[in-house]
Design a protein around this ligand. Structure first.
Ligand SMILES: [Zn+2]
Length: 264
């Protein structure tokens, strides 16, 4: 019934409808990207704030950084150890706090009014910006690092946002992107019952399908890493070797890639 939608990654017309999950009619493009048909999709959070108590438990401040956020900034520090870092879609700001603790000048850009107002009140050591697009107040070429943790899968037009980010980063600047890993064996085993097939996940990436989309925005890839779901929050270091082994065997359900902005 529905017309074949254009791929938000490469622009080609997708030919394979792989199924329906909730409000998402999922298609797979020849480039490997799996995406929800925008013509039929409806935003489950339209008109509401994601951090309202209806959607998320209330936060208690001051926030405490966990192993997850330290691990995220650890990936940044493989390449850069200081400078101005903006966490795009930074939520309540935990990742930015970890960046600040590691010596970065940290900025949160976040669409949730509630998260920004509360964050600004409790954590003034971070710069808070409200919005879902890069603001004009950030000068072109002025950022050293942009991070996007669990953001790219939510964006209706990921390529346009990546081009905006490319303009704000300096040449040689770093972009770190983390998303659920569609290429994981866990996803293959669970199919559309995989825990990351959600009404608000519009794009499903593998390392292979993310690479051309980001590189078209003026980047080159410098690292691919895998993690196991949020379990790094558990303070049980003895589990770490097992998690690393599972990731090496293809069971990492979190994909984290680092890119450098190529000289314009
Ligand atoms: Zn495509």
């Amino acid at each position: 019934m529905s017309a074949e939608p254009a791929c938000p990654g490469c622009g080609a017309v997708a030919e394979t409808e792989i199924g329906r999950a909730g409000v998402c009619h999922l298609w797979r493009c020849g480039c490997g990207l799996v995406f929800a048909d925008r013509a039929t999709w409806r935003d489950p959070y339209a008109g509401s704030d994601y951090y309202d108590p209806a959607h998320q438990p209330e936060q208690s401040y001051p926030l405490r950084i966990t192993a997850t956020e330290r691990d995220r900034i650890g990936t940044v520090r493989r390449f850069l150890t200081n400078g101005r870092l903006l966490d795009f879609g930074g939520g309540i700001g935990k990742t930015a706090l970890a960046a600040h603790a590691a010596g970065f000048s940290a900025v949160v850009l976040e669409d949730s009014h509630k998260a920004v107002v509360e964050g600004r009140a409790h954590h003034p050591e971070i710069e808070w910006l409200e919005g879902r697009e890069m603001p004009h107040s950030i000068a072109d070429g002025s950022l050293d690092v942009v991070t996007m943790f669990h953001v790219l899968e939510h964006l209706p037009e990921p390529g346009e946002v990546l081009r905006q980010i490319g303009r704000k980063l300096r040449a040689g600047g770093l972009l770190v992107i983390e998303v659920p890993n569609w290429g994981s064996h866990v996803r293959r085993l669970r199919g559309l019952r995989w825990e990351f097939v959600l009404d608000h996940h519009l794009n499903h990436f593998t390392a292979g399908s993310m690479k051309p989309l980001v590189e078209q925005a003026g980047f080159e890839r410098c690292a691919v890493e895998y993690r196991r779901t949020f379990s790094i929050n558990e303070a049980q270091p003895w589990k770490e070797p097992m998690k690393r082994l599972l990731c090496a065997l293809g069971f990492g359900d979190i994909l984290r890639c680092a890119f450098r902005k190529t000289a314009a």
